[in-house]
Design a protein around this ligand. Structure first.
Ligand code: F3S
Length: 285
């Protein structure tokens, strides 16, 4: 069986930067905490824990240790509350997410109703909404557009969760226009998609055409990993999303000539190496 790797995959620059900043901070100042999981990847979280980084779930648990804001970012009010605790703050918010937050703030200040295309329960989206004075709305799908308030202001700004696919975002904007054209006097669409994610998705799409099976590696909760799997499935390729090599079942490989491997933006190289080794073990070339 042949194993093909996606030409772009794995750790994105935003996650790499966040992990490095946290590693440096623990080295310089000793034990610290991060507000929520650093990345959607249990192995990376474990490695940082060994270096002295504990994960806390809320600001109430902040003590004297420095606090890291993770790559997904937080709302403006959380930033202010953290500052008020007097703790040292290590802000590892990905610059691409910061850009999205700044657009949410700016559009709100300019009087636009802000719509964020994305999962309302995802940390990044919650953070972005929190830069819009509580006025922005997250809409997860085209169907959910029907639940938008009837009295939507005439000026509408649209952003996207950074990990969405280009195709889905374009369809979403088109559907919004179709459904609310009579109400919208001005529409501003800000492309807040992440380049790293977009190129990984393009590489996954390309690979899905060349193989009989795709293995997508990444945290179960990782939005960008879920989207990679979605992209491969949309190309008609059978796809399994795994967190680690141990999940790969021998029966998945029966009768396959070529298997493609890709990995989400928070998946370390070691997880990819382990999956490739497991595939070779189960189905030697
Ligand atoms: Fe940033 Fe894109 Fe990674 S938004 S955290 S570079 S997936």
């Amino acid at each position: 069986m042949e194993i093909l790797l996606a030409r772009e995959m794995g750790f994105c620059f935003g996650v790499r930067r966040a992990v490095e900043m946290m590693e440096e901070a623990t080295q310089e100042t000793g034990p610290m905490v991060s507000l929520g999981s650093v990345v959607h990847n249990p192995q990376v979280v474990e490695r940082l824990k060994d270096r002295g980084l504990d994960v806390i779930a809320s600001i109430d648990q902040v003590d004297t240790r420095p606090v890291a804001i993770t790559a997904h970012g937080v709302s403006e009010s959380v930033v202010r509350k953290l500052e008020a605790t007097g703790a040292t703050v290590v802000d590892t918010t990905c610059p691409i997410v910061t850009r999205s937050q700044q657009w949410a703030k700016r559009l709100t200040e300019e009087g636009f109703a802000v719509i964020v295309y994305g999962d309302p329960n995802h940390k990044e989206v919650k953070g972005v909404l929190g830069w819009a004075e509580g006025k922005a709305i997250a809409v997860p799908s085209i169907d959910a557009l029907d639940a938008l308030p009837d009295d939507l202001p005439g000026r509408v700004g649209v952003l996207s969760q950074t990990t969405e696919t280009e195709g889905h975002f374009a369809e979403f904007v088109r559907a919004l226009l179709e459904k609310r054209m009579d109400q919208i006097s001005e529409l501003r669409v800000i492309n807040t998609l992440c380049n790293a994610t977009t190129s990984q998705q393009a590489a996954a799409e390309e690979l899905a055409h060349q193989v009989d099976l795709m293995i997508v590696i990444g945290g179960r909760e990782s939005a960008n990993t879920q989207h990679l799997a979605e992209v491969a499935r949309e190309e008609g390729c059978e796809t399994f999303h795994v967190e680690s090599a141990g999940e790969i079942r021998p029966e998945w490989l029966a009768g396959r000539g070529r298997v493609g491997v890709t990995a989400g933006a928070s998946t370390p190289d070691s997880a990819v190496d382990a999956v490739v080794a497991r595939l070779r073990e189960l189905a030697p070339a």
